[in-house]
Design a protein around this ligand. Structure first.
Ligand SMILES: NC(=O)c1ccc[n+]([C@@H]2O[C@H](COP(=O)([O-])OP(=O)(O)OC[C@H]3O[C@@H](n4cnc5c(N)ncnc54)[C@H](OP(=O)(O)O)[C@@H]3O)[C@@H](O)[C@H]2O)c1
Length: 309
């Protein structure tokens, strides 16, 4: 695969956001696909259009993968302009550069583009969100990420926008690491029980991205990334509340012989935060499965894999 792709590449893979949770994993999963240039915030500032254009023109990539974003959900309520520059405007500039170079752009987005009343199936039960469902972000982060999706779609390069959810891993700021840290410091943890989503290990997203590219990039015709590109959901299977996720993390810690704090379920109303969160933001991953043959394991299984890694 490496040789086949390398031959057809106009230039290296450009990975943006190499020090983020998904970016860190991507640097490892994309490396076997061909030459890779991986940049962090210091080398390319997505808030500055000139920085983006200069870097891309310097690298002249054959593929652009953007894993960088302004991800501080609560801070974004007060920092709308910087968040919009990085999440809303920069993807449009990346799209323009990708289109000019005629290379694919891979970009990540979020379940927080949803937030209105959950969708219901014919049986009346709540069902996961499909790519075709109406978006309705309820916080600034979600609005800026949606603007980024729309900017890419408006420019129209060959692209893949991958919406994922509740990302965690062994690096960076995430719920898993927060619970592990608090478990050592506190006697009691109070965790929200009425918000539901699908915790997804960053490594799984990075591995899936590499698999998609291995199957479609450098391929011509109907199997190509140009033909199959668009907007897709990719998260772990199943869903759980933040409380249920914390319980699974603490169960694993207890099984490993650690002392764990008491876990108390609380409603969102007991845990006010600057940004509103969707009560249900589970993604339907069937388009990803039928188009690319990729589906991620159940969230609980992913957590075990992450903890064992
Ligand atoms: N985290 C989640 O739960 C979640 C859920 C759904 C979707 N997503 C999406 O998945 C993607 C990756 O998320 P993640 O959790 O891996 O992100 P992350 O760990 O927060 O990393 C984001 C990276 O972006 C960089 N960055 C921020 N501002 C930048 C700028 N102006 N210029 C260049 N780089 C900048 C950060 O660098 P510094 O730290 O140096 O600023 C950081 O390395 C994002 O598109 C995010 O919206 C995340």
């Amino acid at each position: 695969m490496m040789a086949a792709n390398s031959k057809q590449l106009a230039g290296p893979i450009l990975l943006i956001g190499r020090l983020g949770q998904i970016g860190w994993e991507l640097e490892r999963t994309l490396a076997p696909l061909g030459p890779l240039v991986a940049l962090g915030h210091r080398e390319m500032d997505l808030a500055l259009a000139e920085s983006i254009r200069d870097c891309i023109r310097g690298v002249s990539p054959g593929l652009i993968v953007n894993a960088a974003a302004y991800t501080l959900v609560d801070n974004a309520e007060d920092e709308v302009s910087p968040a919009m520059a990085v999440n809303g405007s920069a993807p449009g500039i990346l799209a323009e550069e990708a289109k000019r170079l005629r290379v694919p752009l891979i970009h990540y987005s979020t379940d927080y583009v949803f937030g209105g009343p959950p969708q219901r199936g014919a049986d009346g039960n709540i069902r996961p969100y499909r790519e075709t469902d109406e978006v309705a972000p309820i916080n600034e982060y979600g609005r800026t990420k949606l603007a980024g999706e729309q900017a890419i779609q408006a420019v129209g390069p060959i692209h893949l926008i991958i919406r994922t959810s509740w990302i965690y891993g062994s690096r960076g700021r995430n719920f898993l690491r927060t619970i592990q840290r608090l478990a050592e410091e506190r006697e009691e943890l109070r965790v929200v029980v009425d918000q539901f989503g699908s915790p997804t290990w960053a490594r799984m997203v990075a591995e899936a991205t590499a698999q998609i590219l291995a199957r479609t990039w450098g391929v011509s015709g109907s199997g190509s990334v140009a033909e199959k590109g668009g907007l897709y959901h990719l998260s772990a299977a199943g869903c759980v509340s933040w409380h249920g996720f914390a319980e699974a993390i603490l169960d694993a810690a207890e099984s490993a012989g650690k002392r764990v704090p008491r876990l108390v379920p609380v409603p969102t109303s007991d845990y006010p935060s600057p940004a509103a969160r969707p009560v249900y933001s589970v993604l339907d991953n069937s388009a990803m499965r039928t188009t690319f043959g990729i589906s991620l394991p159940d969230w609980h299984h992913e957590l075990s894999l992450c903890l064992a890694s």
